[in-house]
Design a protein around this ligand. Structure first.
Ligand SMILES: C[S@@+](CC[C@H](N)C(=O)[O-])C[C@H]1O[C@@H](n2cnc3c(N)ncnc32)[C@H](O)[C@@H]1O
Length: 264
């Protein structure tokens, strides 16, 4: 496994600490991490293209590439992440041939131009210092006519959901550096040179208790988040089909997949 040698900023260190603490339990229990449906469009694209090489940027424990079952064709699959503890979990769980883990910042990928035939990124873009710089790096390391598929949980595209969701995520995950929407992801990919953008959507159900249990959250913050649900605008509660069950709330989350092509 290759290592990262740059000096991280305080913000980057807090993200790395966050994932180092969670690495061993990251894929445990029911959550979106283990929801293969969130990768349905990624998987379709993978089967359509059957790329000889793929890079997952911000791969974490490799949950996304594991769903692609790379052993089918034994292409080169690279899980790339800034967190060594997260990537170590990949190595323990997966040892297929053709699979490599590389510690690297998405904004400075240690690969030469045109190295990969497909790139994916699930739920990591909001942690990158500059999403455009990261997307430009992905563009650089892709070969001509390859695709980049970004899969991300985002708010619905209109108010009040945009504002409600943004506040919720800020409370729960203050280490996020960006709040992304479907449109802002499209803007990032366009600004990085990608063309023929296609977006797809997938709605899933989530549990507030499950989300709060996944990693530590101060009691006061938890109370604030529960209050945020209790006082949500009616249209948000309807759109997200809130179901209050004792302490828990079940609600809808929205995944979008944005696919862009390198047309050179
Ligand atoms: C929420 S996890 C998602 C992991 C994986 N993509 C998945 O779907 O399970 C976000 C990942 O982004 C990684 N990450 C954060 N900043 C990064 C950066 N600048 N470059 C590369 N990876 C980064 C974190 O270490 C973490 O593993």
């Amino acid at each position: 496994m290759s290592r990262l040698s740059s000096v991280a900023s305080e913000e980057e260190r807090s993200i790395q600490d966050h994932f180092a603490e969670r690495a061993s339990s990251y894929g445990a229990g029911p959550s979106w991490v283990n929801d293969a449906c969130s990768l349905r469009h990624v998987h379709d694209e993978w089967l359509r293209r059957r790329p000889g090489s793929l890079i997952d940027v911000g791969a974490g424990t490799g949950a996304a590439t594991a769903f692609l079952q790379p052993q089918e064709n034994s292409p080169l699959v690279v899980d790339c992440d800034v967190s060594l503890p997260m990537l170590r979990a990949v190595d323990r769980a997966q040892s297929q041939s053709g699979r490599r883990s590389v510690v690297a910042d998405a904004e400075a990928l240690p690969f030469s131009a045109g190295s990969f035939d497909m790139a994916i990124c699930r739920q990591a873009f909001h942690y990158f210092g500059s999403p455009v710089t990261a997307a430009r790096e992905v563009y650089r390391v892709l070969s001509a006519h390859s695709v980049f598929v970004v899969s991300q949980i985002v708010p619905f595209d209109e108010e009040p959901d945009l504002e409600w969701w943004t506040q919720l995520v800020r409370m729960r995950q203050p280490s996020r550096r960006h709040e992304l929407s479907r449109d802002s992801i499209c803007d990032v990919l366009r600004a990085s040179g990608f063309v023929f953008l296609r977006t797809e959507e997938y709605l899933a159900r989530s549990s507030l208790d499950g989300w709060l249990r996944r990693y530590d959250c101060p009691v006061r913050t938890q109370a604030g988040i529960r209050q945020h649900f209790a006082s949500a605008p009616r249209s948000v509660a309807e759109r997200r089909k809130f179901e209050f069950k004792s302490q828990d709330v079940e609600y809808t989350i929205r995944w979008v997949t944005v696919t862009g092509e390198k047309n050179l």
